[in-house]
Design a protein around this ligand. Structure first.
Ligand SMILES: NC(=O)c1ccc[n+]([C@@H]2O[C@H](COP(=O)([O-])OP(=O)(O)OC[C@H]3O[C@@H](n4cnc5c(N)ncnc54)[C@H](O)[C@@H]3O)[C@@H](O)[C@H]2O)c1
Ligand SMILES: O=P(O)(O)OC[C@H](O)CO
Length: 349
């Protein structure tokens, strides 16, 4: 059945998702802020700043008039994490009489200050919404490829199977395969925390270190983010799925990745401000590093790689020194949790 979908945020991923929904025959309104972009999307079906060389589906209707949100069957929020609360607070009055509307978000970050996941921010600012109607879109899905209809997989996570399946049904097509998952916490944390590790891989590549170093950062980085995620309530299996290792692989190895590119520039010697300016799109990993380190400290989860990245980002530590320090940490076992063997002294998983 044709559904009315309002996509909020006309950056690279909002535009790509709007195009998928429109390709699948749904009625799509794309909420953008700049008049020039609205005209460009409606007249030329492009978004050259964020998706150069891509043709968006011509049926997408772009507007800045948020009243359109009130008529939607599904609202998809694709704004950066730092804009999620103000966006939700602004649209809340439009939704108050529509407590049953379905809301999904595709934002991969954590809120600075509250340390909250995005679904918590949405429910905090729109308390009349029902958790059962909320979903998270995540997984390895660079906008540059989704918008060119290159084969991609996504996960829609929701506490409600029927909400997840409703959105799965609207998104799936011959080039987009969508899985459902009940683990909202895991999907949100996997998507947000992998950005920290992608910054680290970019830094290592920017320093001129090789494939061995990148593989080490990805693997040990996955251990760290899973450890924190599980401590915060995520399911272990989610970190070995598309929203965990899948998204980690794509973000740590792709030339499209905003986080990897920002890290690469830092490794090459650019300042954080210059690196962010050069990337020109949202680099969620920077704020997420700050939040993750604060949370990890609170729950006593060790995150040596993330800490080193935090020192490079916020304490002007030289990337080369940070790598040297990581390499010379006290020797340890690979697997955990460990059980001490009284006879041999070895620890076994
Ligand atoms: N780009 C991708 O491939 C991709 C894929 C999956 C998920 N995501 C996630 O989607 C979210 C958006 O990323 P993106 O890559 O589309 O970003 P982007 O940098 O391409 O675009 C950001 C958009 O947000 C808008 N924006 C910025 N500040 C805002 C504010 N204060 N209020 C309202 N809107 C604001 C900008 O105008 C722009 O339209 C991020 O959390 C990102 O992690 C991105
Ligand atoms: O380009 P990045 O690094 O922001 O990553 C985008 C998506 O999270 C990839 O799935």
């Amino acid at each position: 059945m044709i559904q009315r979908i309002a996509v909020v945020g006309a950056g690279s991923f909002g535009s790509a998702l709007a195009s998928v929904f429109a390709t699948n025959g749904h009625e799509v309104t794309l909420l953008a802020r700049r008049d020039s972009l609205i005209q460009e999307i409606n007249q030329h079906h492009t978004n050259k700043q964020y998706l150069p060389g891509v043709s968006l589906h011509p049926a997408i209707f772009a507007t800045s008039d948020e009243k359109h949100i009130a008529n939607a069957d599904l609202i998809v929020l694709v704004v950066p994490s730092h804009a999620m609360r103000e966006t939700c607070e602004r649209i809340a009055p439009l939704l108050q009489s529509k407590s049953k509307v379905k809301v999904a978000h595709a934002t991969k970050g954590l809120e600075v200050g509250t340390m909250a996941r995005m679904s918590t921010v949405i429910l905090d600012s729109c308390p009349f919404l029902q958790e059962q109607n909320l979903a998270v879109l995540s997984g390895p899905s660079h906008a540059e490829e989704v918008s060119r209809e290159l084969p991609t997989t996504l996960v829609v996570a929701s506490a409600s199977k029927s909400t997840a399946e409703y959105i799965q049904d609207m998104l799936m097509n011959r080039v987009l395969r969508v899985y459902t998952n009940p683990d909202v916490v895991g999907a949100e944390l996997g998507g947000a925390l992998k950005n920290i590790i992608a910054l680290g891989c970019g830094i290592s590549d920017g320093l001129g270190y090789g494939d061995n170093a990148r593989a080490a950062i990805m693997t040990r980085g996955l251990v760290e983010i899973s450890r924190l995620g599980i401590r915060l309530g995520a399911a272990f299996n989610t970190f070995s799925g598309l929203t965990g290792v899948g998204d980690l692989i794509v973000t740590c190895t792709s030339r499209h990745s905003r986080n990897w590119n920002a890290g690469y520039l830092l490794g090459q010697g650019f300042s954080l401000d210059d690196a962010l300016q050069k990337v020109g799109m949202v680099v969620e990993g920077v704020r997420t590093t700050k939040v993750a380190l604060a949370v990890a400290n609170e729950v006593a989860v060790p995150m040596p790689i993330a800490s080193a990245i935090g020192d490079i980002l916020f304490n002007q530590k030289s990337p080369r020194l940070a790598v040297d320090e990581l390499m010379s940490r006290t020797r340890t076992h690979e697997m955990e949790p460990f059980i001490q063997d009284a006879t041999t002294g070895w620890m076994f998983p």
